[in-house]
Unconditional design. Sequence first.
Length: 390
Amino acid sequence: MLEFLDRDDLVALTRALVDAGGENPGGSEQNTAEVLAAAARKRGLTARLEHVAPGRPNVDVDLEPGGAIGHGPGLLFLGHSDVVPAGPGWTREPFRSTVEDGRLYGRGSTDMKGGLAAVLVAMAALRRADAPLAGPVRLACTVDEEDLGLGIRALTTRGLGRPFRGCIVAEPTDLQTVVGCRGDAYLEVEISGVAAHSGRPADGRNAIDAAARLLDLVRGDHDRMQHDLDPLLGAGTWNVGRIEGGRGTSVVAPSCRLWLDRRLMPDEDPQRIAADLVEAAEVAGITGDGIHLMVEVTMAMPGFRTDPAHPLAAAVHDAVDAVDGPASIGGWTAACDGGFIARDHAVPTVVMGPGGLNDQAHQVDESVGIDELMLAARAYALSALRLLAV
């Protein structure tokens, strides 16, 4: 079966996916989805596009039951078609992929066009080898993972349509088998006060001053969490991503808005966190007397945790080891769509993919090692064999 994994084919597909673009924000995943679907059909797999917004289709690629393929629970691979904006500072064209010294360069090469390509060629190899699997293999590729998660929410609402023994998220982990991820939530905070002339600030109620006091509470909560670290995932964190407010230098600010990122432990509820923030502001005397506070959760991505001894984790780890990859088991401080699959569908989930999260994903001159792409493809195919073998 592994003989059907062709290095040149894998590189060509990764390059085609990188060249298709898909910057988000921007809602431009259509080209990537079409390239992926066409590549799947060319390799004898079935592909279906489902638009979750105009020009933004999820893609399901299936190694269909039939022949030597059974009808039991299957294996789900999960990925996303969008990439973060290229930004300035590149020494290469970000959406015109290049290969140099064994690495493939371009926006999304690591996060996560390389992972998508590795999964697809692994599925094609399983098909060509007529591998005796007890259930189907599916790649679900979603839109909008890098922003608000429209794609995974649509997939979760629609349902998976059949049972799966496990889910492998092909995000970049340097081929480590990740058995736990933190979640993420975006909180938008709107603070309203009372405008007044800056010469008599006591006549007004300054929303920026209230925001500063609220951020002291946020900072204190962040520091408190760092004293109780989970050995696998660390702790929740706060980050202030953006702030704006006021009308002018000589006016007491009647409004201020904050955009906060709150990384979640697997058992945390972002709505509860938002309510606790409002309550803490009331207790601290920040709100009242003309200051009003509203907190809205605009995005929430759950975390997850899978037992390292689970057959899924063991199979993926052992597959990486069998192809001479850097096999290890660990946790991830980032968040991914896999949390929805674990929480909403009770499917055991791990993350394993080519490329480095911290040194390549979202970076200028992003790249992925071609040898690592091949290792990932081989490990994906072996994982499917070991989990679904008849």
